[in-house]
Design a binder for this molecule. Structure first.
Ligand code: NAD
Ligand code: MG
Length: 386
């Protein structure tokens, strides 16, 4: 039997990081952690280190206390972990654009990136595709909707996996959205929402940033762009439908009118396992089981674009291309940070993003320095937004 596949887990202390540790613990003969990183949660990283003993342990922001001798620190530890010789799969589960450098380094070094960090693909889609071509690496999605699309496409993506060749035979992608905590709220109530309301996601337990993104539907905008980049399907053939139960994770309509959907309970265990094992399916009795009767009824509704304009802003940025998706992403990240810090109301997120796109959305974003400049300028605008 071959030795276990080496994994670098970037964002080991987060929600996806914890899910990944649960999944890998059930498959010790197949996978092992070679590297783990975290931002600043030293105690949680120390616990993961004690449990897995990876060769590389990186804490981006160690504060003032000395680190164990084996540990690395600073932003560079993400790339160090992602490019380690014994790593075959980089599970990128950090939050935000900060994950881009590691995604680029990993695919350039020929690794598989199991990608939860959608922000890095949205920001640097063309660069990631170029690096995949030259470096030989691949991107396999962890996001549940894209995992569903990949499973529905069952073998129709090119030999090296998604991300390089447009898939043939697809009429339409139908991406599902839970609708978030404000699905049934009116404009006045959304305007008065507290941070606790924003973070109360109805179906998924996730990190704080993606929880805010789910309430504004910015998350769905990022996912439409992600789907376009991963599978080469034009934007006009990607639809979003609200599905409050989060059981149907997405659907593909083929040219003959057949619609294939992927179903499961709202848990990230299966998408993580599938991305690690792709294209194989790994036997796993630990993934929560689906019961059709208990999950009934399954319902679908249109998106209320008037109340959730961030979705349309993000899709328009995707269609514009160039630096626009990076500007959308950076403006959203900066706005979410302010909402989480209590210095901006949730309902002002779309206005802040719109301002950034109107000022910076036409920039070209031809290379990494251009994208980083657009990203930084968008953050400044949102920081000053009143
Ligand atoms: P989280 O906030 O729970 O965890 C984030 C992780 O990234 C932590 O380990 C943290 O230490 C690390 N991190 C944060 N800032 C960092 C920085 N500047 N540098 C290096 N590391 C940093 O977030 P999460 O919910 O696990 O989400 C992670 C990613 O996965 C996000 O891109 C999110 O959109 C995506 N995602 C999450 C879910 C989910 O169910 N949680 C589902 C789909 C996609
Ligand atoms: Mg998702």
């Amino acid at each position: 039997m071959s030795p276990p596949t080496g994994i670098a887990l970037l964002g080991a202390t987060g929600s996806i990081g914890a899910t990944a540790q649960r999944v890998v613990a059930r498959h010790p003969a197949r996978f092992r952690f070679v590297a783990m990183t975290a931002h600043s949660d030293r105690a949680a990283l120390a616990a993961a280190d004690a449990r897995w003993r990876p060769a590389v342990v990186g804490l981006v922001n160690p504060g003032n206390e000395p680190l164990p001798e084996r540990w690395s620190h600073g932003r560079e530890c993400l790339v160090e972990a992602a490019t380690h010789d014994d790593v075959a799969i980089v599970l990128n589960a950090v939050v935000g654009a900060v994950g881009l450098e590691a995604t680029l380094a990993a695919v350039s070094a020929g690794k598989r990136v199991a990608l939860a960090n959608k922000e890095s693909l949205v920001m640097g889609g063309a660069l990631v595709q170029r690096a995949m071509c030259s470096g030989g690496g691949t991107v396999v999605p962890v996001d549940s909707e894209h995992s569903a699309l990949l499973q529905c496409l069952a073998g129709r993506v090119g030999g090296r996996g998604p991300g390089l060749l447009p898939v043939a035979g697809v009429r339409r992608f139908i991406i599902t959205a839970s609708g978030g905590p404000f699905r049934e709220w009116d404009a006045k109530r959304i305007h008065q929402a507290t941070l606790a309301d924003v973070l109360k996601h109805p179906t998924w337990a996730m990190g704080r940033k993606i929880s805010v993104d789910s309430a504004s539907l910015a998350n769905k905008a990022l996912e439409v762009i992600e789907a376009h980049l991963l599978f080469g399907v034009p934007y006009e053939r990607i639809e979003v439908v609200v599905h409050p139960q989060s059981i149907v994770h997405s659907m593909v309509e083929f040219e003959d009118g057949s619609v294939v959907a992927q179903l499961g309970v709202p848990s990230m265990e299966l998408p993580v396992l599938y991305a690690l094992g792709y294209p194989d399916r790994i036997t796993d009795d630990g993934v929560p089981r689906f019961d059709p009767v208990a999950s009934s009824p399954l319902t679908f509704e249109p998106v209320r674009h008037d109340l959730f304009p961030t979705l349309g802003l993000g899709i328009a940025a995707g269609v514009t291309g160039g630096a626009a998706p990076a500007v959308f992403n950076a403006a959203n990240e900066a706005a979410v940070a302010r909402v989480l810090a209590g210095t901006m109301a949730f309902s002002t997120i779309p206005g802040a993003i719109e301002l950034a796109l109107s000022r910076l959305g036409h920039h070209s974003g031809e290379d990494l320095p251009a994208l980083l400049a657009a990203d930084a300028a968008a953050r400044v605008l949102v920081q000053e937004y009143r």
